[in-house]
Design a protein around this ligand. Structure first.
Ligand code: UDP
Ligand code: MN
Length: 308
């Protein structure tokens, strides 16, 4: 039948065309599904700011943290060493990670005599949870990171992002990063596990707004929340060039010190299911107790023979 013959010719031509297109198309076939024209949902960059200092468990803490962060998309890690110079241990750890990072250093201005406590730097915590000299840590380091961030953002085309202050020995669920990307205006807040002498320290939420806090340690703080319990819209650091941490405030007030530049309680955006979930824990690595190598009669290897 002529109709069938025409159809066969068309079919043969179509098949030839298909084979030719297949052979000469340089793009792999699977790419057709994901062309660059596809709308991609915008993912704000998270700038994680981590002060760190040399001690025996430093590499262990930084390894655990860096390997969590490798699972976070669009993350930029700003690591600031509390030291005169950058150390090879931290430099190599960052190089060997797959992370986007910035490596800085800033030494803490400590009192010259370690036994003498400077009241501007250290305070004695006389409460039911801590009875020891407490020196605010990470002040100079976080401020150094904020200087870098302002320079970076002022020349960047995309000035959006989220700033999160991350201690190097805390424990972070990947979910906390998803939460902070939901910040709409200024500051997002959520509960922090195992902190301030409590199982959990958290903002109290009424009708979707922060109405108070459950903190029992210094509840009179303007923002009685831990550093791990909030993140800030990065653009605000350009709007407020004066915003920084200070040594002049009493212990436990660093969080309030930085937040005062950006928000009042009414501005806080409760995240983590209206502050009902714990996605970050203020864990603390125990100081390792090791034998003094100088006291060993026959040390098998010289101390420091291997990076730990
Ligand atoms: N830190 C620092 N220099 C110090 C002590 C601490 O840079 O002399 C860093 C530390 O690595 C951590 C942050 O500051 O990322 C908070 O310190 P720490 O975890 O000791 O505080 P805490 O657990 O007591 O709140
Ligand atoms: Mn800590």
């Amino acid at each position: 039948m002529p109709f069938v013959q025409i159809k066969k010719q068309y079919l043969a031509f179509a098949m030839l065309l298909f084979v030719a297109l297949f052979l000469f198309n340089s793009r792999p076939a699977f790419q057709c599904q994901y062309t660059t024209e596809m709308p991609v949902s915008y993912l704000p960059t998270i700038y994680g700011i981590t002060p760190t200092y040399a001690r025996l468990a430093q590499k262990a803490d930084l390894t655990r943290l860096s390997q969590t962060l490798m699972l976070v998309k669009n993350f930029h890690w700003i690591v600031i060493e509390d030291s005169e110079t950058k150390t090879p241990l931290v430099a190599n750890l960052l190089k060997e990670s797959t992370l986007k990072y910035t490596h800085l250093n800033a030494k803490t201005h400590k009192s010259k005599q370690s036994t003498e406590m400077d009241v501007n730097i250290c305070v004695f915590k006389l409460d039911s949870y801590f009875t020891r000299w407490y020196c605010a840590s990470g002040v100079e380091q976080r401020n150094e990171a904020l200087n870098w961030l302002r320079n970076h953002l002022s020349s960047a085309t995309d000035k959006r992002g989220v700033v999160y202050f991350m201690d190097d020995d805390n424990t972070y669920s990947l979910k906390v990063f998803d939460e902070m990307r939901k910040i709409k205006n200024k500051v997002g807040v959520w509960p922090v596990g195992i902190v301030g002498g409590m199982r959990v320290e958290m903002p109290l939420v009424t009708d979707g707004k922060v109405s108070g806090y459950n903190a029992v340690w210094k509840p009179f703080r303007p923002f009685p929340i831990d550093m791990a319990g909030f993140a800030i819209n990065a653009t605000l650091f350009l709007d407020h060039p004066e915003a920084k941490f200070s040594r002049k405030v009493q212990s436990g007030f660093q969080e309030s010190e930085i937040l005062k530049y950006f928000a009042t309680k009414d501005d806080l955006e409760p995240l983590a299911e209206n502050c009902t979930k714990v996605y970050v824990w203020h864990t603390r690595t125990q100081k390792p107790s090791i034998l003094d190598p100088k006291k060993l009669k026959h040390p098998p290897l010289p101390d420091g023979h291997i990076e730990v």
